[in-house]
Design a protein around this ligand. Structure first.
Ligand code: ADP
Ligand code: MG
Length: 255
């Protein structure tokens, strides 16, 4: 059996949001912020789907890996390097959010170029690189159009292309296709699979769909109340030994 190197490791990572100060001011009880604890190893090339109830900590898990939040304790090792103290822009990670954050006054190509160079002053090689990626996501013909001229699915392709031009080995997707209808969502998932192959990426994707799409992933994490409560192949979710997880997720096990 081939041994794949670890690409993402969270060693004893703790995190807790601070309660907002405004709650003091209006003398409301302090909201209890859940304590989160993550211990996790993901191998190079894995495709991991992250599911769990709303507010469980899925986005926080991705934000810890991307560096948008800092752990209170523990270490985050990415591509064999300790990245715990490293800013997001210097991590081997690109992240796509549910709200794709496109700029309406910039063209498709310019929105993608932002992933490479905020000044948009590109070298010919960089322009070529953007053209190549736009072709890969099926937007070559749309490069001079503006986001509001495009469909929801096309907008998420632009946002995905902006991640891909960075050529970072870890791709994090936070519920990226929730706004799309089912046919388009499956089409986008197959595009993601294709680009992961093509660019040799390690993928973590938050989803709230418990359907056939799960089978596309090598591994499934279930997060509940700030902890990983299931870490196995997606098909295992339906095994009797995990009936408590199935109940948590509202999966009806066929018996
Ligand atoms: P999920 O993505 O699974 O829905 P999140 O990671 O966004 O969950 O949130 C986990 C918990 O942290 C929730 O209880 C949420 O209310 C809380 N939380 C998220 N973001 C903040 C924040 N910026 N400030 C305070 N609490 C937050
Ligand atoms: Mg979330």
């Amino acid at each position: 059996m081939m041994i794949t190197p670890t690409m993402i490791a969270l060693n004893n990572v703790y995190y807790q949001y601070r309660a907002e100060l405004k709650h003091h001011a209006i003398k409301q009880p302090m909201p209890t912020c859940i304590k989160m604890h993550f211990d996790l190893q993901i191998g190079k090339g894995e495709r991991v789907v992250v599911i769990g109830p709303s507010g469980a900590g899925k986005s926080t898990l991705l934000n810890l890996i991307a560096g948008f939040v800092q752990p209170k304790a523990g270490e985050i090792i990415l591509d064999q390097q300790d990245m715990t103290q490293i800013i997001p822009g210097k991590r081997p990670v690109s992240m796509l959010f549910q709200d794709n954050n496109l700029f309406e006054h910039l063209t498709v190509a310019q929105n993608v170029a932002l992933g490479l160079k905020p000044s948009l002053k590109l070298t010919p090689a960089q322009q070529q690189s953007i053209a190549t990626i736009l072709a890969k996501v099926g937007l070559a013909d749309q490069k001079n159009r503006y986001p509001n001229q495009l469909s929801g699915g096309q907008k998420q392709r632009i946002a995905l292309a902006r991640c891909l031009v960075q050529h970072r080995p870890i791709l994090l997707l936070d519920e990226p296709f929730s706004a799309l209808d089912q046919a388009l969502r499956f089409e986008m998932l197959s595009l993601v699979n294709h680009v992961c192959d093509e660019f040799d990426l390690t993928l973590m994707m938050v989803s709230h769909y418990l359907d056939a799409s799960l089978a596309q992933f090598t591994r499934c994490l279930v997060v509940n109340k700030g902890e990983i409560v299931f870490n196995d192949k997606p098909a295992e979710l339906y095994q009797p030994k995990y009936s408590n997880i199935a109940t948590l997720l509202g999966i009806n096990c066929k018996d």
